[in-house]
Design a protein around this ligand. Structure first.
Ligand code: F6R
Length: 268
């Protein structure tokens, strides 16, 4: 794991945008895994800024989102499709035909939908860089604690904690979905690189469990300890429960030198 600690959330977003840009420049047909939630919004704002300043183009980019609510119409403002359109896709030159979410509408079989999503990712050549947030309970995607570490895209029932954490995003009149389709943990682990962003004090314990706890289905993000290329971008608050800050900072300095000389990525 490469652990990078920044002073604030804005620097986390700028750094994440650099990783995305690095990928877009490196590959002719990059495949990007995307996340929703509050954390990556500032990353998407950065990418839109860079696109507007002619610093990057998304014409050849294919995207796969981590998750989507079960049985929600994509036009529903609460759908993750709407979130992605609003926060990124409507503002850059991406072809929406190349943007995918693990949808499952009312009459559809979630098991078949999950398999079809896995196939689609394979057909695209696999995910080069997967953006992740982390739940306060250690979830990645909607892989809640106790999710199988070898799971694939499927339907999951959200925990009470996740429902409570996300209830801030729903008005009293809106019905909050309790089930969602999500990439599995093995699907995420197949990505060539994973870039997890975490900001804010409420993520500090989950971040500590992910980095220094035992690998366990009780903290699904801890599986990233087994990923060959996992980069963890933290602000000071999210890193506040970690002990070895000076080592992480020292290692980051060394890695920066390597990145400057050889680029961010290898083995694409
Ligand atoms: C979003 C997702 C979730 C979020 C996590 C953190 O697509 O899969 O795992 O990344 O719940 O959400 P925020 O960023 O809102 O704290």
């Amino acid at each position: 794991m490469q652990i990078i600690i920044y002073d604030d959330a804005q620097q986390v977003a700028i750094s994440a945008a650099q990783w995305v840009q690095g990928l877009i420049k490196e590959k002719t047909h990059p495949v990007l895994g995307l996340a929703t939630g509050s954390t990556p919004i500032s990353l998407y704002q950065e990418l839109v800024k860079q696109y507007q300043a002619d610093q990057c183009s998304f014409t050849n980019v294919t995207t796969f989102n981590l998750d989507e609510y079960h049985n929600i119409d994509e036009s529903n403002p609460q759908s993750y499709r709407s979130f992605m359109q609003e926060n990124l896709f409507n503002h850059v030159d991406i072809n929406t035909k190349n943007t995918f979410l693990p949808t499952c509408e009312q009459a559809q079989n979630p098991r078949n939908q999950g398999l079809a999503y896995e196939d689609k990712i394979k057909q695209a050549g696999g995910i080069d860089l997967q953006i992740l947030g982390i739940g306060a309970n250690g979830h990645i995607g909607f892989n809640e604690p106790t999710s199988s570490l070898t799971s694939r895209t499927r339907i999951k029932t959200l925990t009470q904690q996740t429902l409570t954490d996300n209830s801030r995003l729903f008005t009293a009149q809106e019905e909050q979905p309790t089930t969602a389709m999500t990439m599995g943990i093995a699907t995420i682990m197949d990505a060539r690189y994973v870039l997890l962003m975490a900001t804010g004090k409420n993520k500090a314990q989950a971040v500590k469990d992910m980095i220094t706890g035992a690998v366990s289905a009780n903290c699904p993000a801890s599986i990233l300890q087994m990923h060959e290329n996992a980069v963890i971008l933290l602000d000071k608050d999210a890193a506040s429960a970690l002990e070895d800050h000076s080592y992480y900072q020292w290692a980051d300095k060394q890695n920066r030198k390597l990145n400057e000389e050889f680029g961010f990525y290898h083995n694409f």
